[in-house]
Write a protein that binds this ligand. Sequence first.
Ligand code: MCN
Length: 797
Amino acid sequence: MLDNLPANPTGIGASILRKEDRRFLTGRGNYVADLKRPGMTFGVFVRSPHAHASLGAIDTEAARVVPGVLAVLTGADLAADEVGGIPCGWGITGRDGQPMKEPAHPALALGKVRYVGDAVAFVVAETAEAARQAADVVEVAYDVLPSVVNVLDAVRPDAPVLFDEAPGNLCCDWEMGDRAAVDAAFAGAAHVARLSLVNNRLVGNPMEPRAAVAEYDPAGDRTTLWTTSQFPHVVRLLMGNFVLKIPQHKLRVVAPDVGGGFGVKQFHYAEEAVVTWAARRLGRAVKWVCERSEGFISDAHGRDHVTEAEMALDETGKFLALRVSTLANMGGYLSTFGPNIPTNLYAPLLAGVYTTPAIHCEVKCVFTNTVPVDAYRGAGRPEATFVLERLVDVCAAELGMDRIAIRRRNMITADAYPYQTPVMVQYDSGDPVGCMDRALEIADWAGFPARREAAARRGVYRGIGISTYIEACGLAPSRIAIRLGARGGLYESAAIRVHPTGHVTALMGTHSHGQGHETTFAQIVSEKLGVPVENVDIVFGDTDRVQFGMGTYGSRSLVVGGTALSKAADKIILKGRKIAAHQMEAAIDDVVFEGGTFRVAGTDRTRSFEEISLSAYVPADFPLEILEPGLEEQAFYDPVNFTYPGGAHIAEVEIDRETGSVRLVSYVAVDDVGTVINPMIVAGQLHGGIVQGVGQALCENAAYDEGSGQLVAGSFMDYCMPRADMMPRMHVETHNTRCSHTDLGTKGCGEMGTIGSPAAVTNAIVNALSGLGITHVDMPASPNRIWRVMQTAQLPQ
Ligand code: MCN
């Protein structure tokens, strides 16, 4: 066992316990809702009960006289104060060269409401109870309009239109790939397999609902917003610059402990701007804490695609071309990353791990009377993987080929990397065949027929399904992002402050809200500088303390932020070598740094990291003539490419013939995450992501009522989250290839579970039901849906 321990017991590769867990497990977390400020007031939003309506008069009189009420603010007040609309961070361009339609998104509705939950007023009172009571008596005159919630209906010619400037409810008609090459390949194909599918709409439901507290200090003209955000600097930039016009140095945004985000807290929300504006107007601190049911109708939702996909094949099962057409729901307004998700984060990933030479994908981004749709863990990539891996199974079934054989026939082999796909991205490294083979072995794929027979004897259907996948993560490369419509570059920053005692504070532009950065980033510092992790503190989430950062999403923190950290550590080492060289009267090039010690190569002359740290600040023997005192360095890192984690997931299910209920009996995941910093944290990330993907496959569905536009799955009574008793023991393993362009060889891991699992589970379900002639089941495969599918299949023709 000892042989397997990494050289540095708290460095890269060590499965150490999470440093932050002591705080969380002993109830010492510091969340926004815990915050108390002097003279703090409380805010409650009045939200539209209608999906689509013209806004008439808002009568605030009854609310204003409720004891303790300080203000009842509406869109008209916002407009009078010249508060800007909530900006979208991405501007995609349609296939006709036209920019997407980007209608104004006022922070409180003006003129119209466009989804159930659209905020129309904000009540501030001395107590939360008074604010709630007053919100209940705000009288809003609505002139209800016909609404549309479903993308298929929204693009019909007679559909209600949300915005005059977006006829047909079309935000953008977008494409990627070579249509002519795809058409030519289809014309000459021996076989074409087709599939229509729905990618069900999801609500993120992080454990901690969103919250915001804002305060204005007139003495220093300083505004502070504490918010449940995954990217506080970006909130400062968007809200300060575009919405409230507060100079950046006068605005502090703090995202303290955040209890899960899963993408949902990665947007600049209207509520943050309204709370901050109200605090400045009133000169009092204002707190808003989202109720769970309010979160259902105001947190951005995820997924919601309707797709037609076709694969052209030759007679041997070789993929010739892939054609995909998707309608993607944007909801009632564009959220921060909204249009980027079903386009740039979706179409390139349709290449998967296959050598398909021609791909064309068209996406219509469609406005509907629903909550805005944006990133949810995986964001675009689970949707792409679901289309592709379901379609590959359909291809195998129609050609009478084995599901593994058809994958193997088309898979990119390890020696073919770097691999340029026909849809923009170039994969730098990977071994999908290796991942698949290992997963097949662990899942005992070969032994499945016997298990199926045994299940049949017990009167249940049993199925096995595989999903292979690749994802592009580590969101940055500015040169790619800007080409794809980002309204600014993406990179990450890290600063390392070495204290005179050799203790280290690292200031990160990323934000940890469950991913364990306080541990893994400390491990990187420990590895590079030779200091134990307990001597390293990781700071993030405060624009006053941290230089700048783009935050956490797209599994970017390690590969972009961690690389910046590594580069900052290299600068510390270089400065340390200069000081050490001076002290030991050696040439800088002769001083090496290993395991926390500076040494003149080939001699026993050494200086410890602590000694050099002290001399950096107490310059008794310091080369003042060539170096500034102090030991603090900063690095900004903008990568040249995404990283491409990938893997193979295998699920095995049993289905009750009478009720249609699915039991997940086995789950195997073999993933490629490059160099692993903390194997235990990576396994935890996989576990969580897989459970979320299983939730999408089996039970989660943000269903809207087509007539009224009400979110009918608007509480945990109706929206089924995955539960521990739905999960078998998961076997999670890595099969890693080094990323060629991150300093440490790392790839991201935070989303892979949600990317691989929906297709693996659904493929297993379809496999279980294949004897009935069933070729596809949409998600979520609830007992009701499966039972109905089984009834239809069993009807005599
Ligand atoms: N890690 C590692 N070795 C690797 C890759 C990652 O040890 N080769 C570690 C990292 O150092 C980090 C963790 O694994 O501690 C996740 O790293 P990374 O893949 O960089 O992902 P991010 O930290 O950027 O997190 C974002 C990602 C996303 S996009 C969503 S959504 C998500 C997720 O992570 N939301 C989460 N995981 C979550 N986990 C929790 N508990 N809560 C959320 O809201």
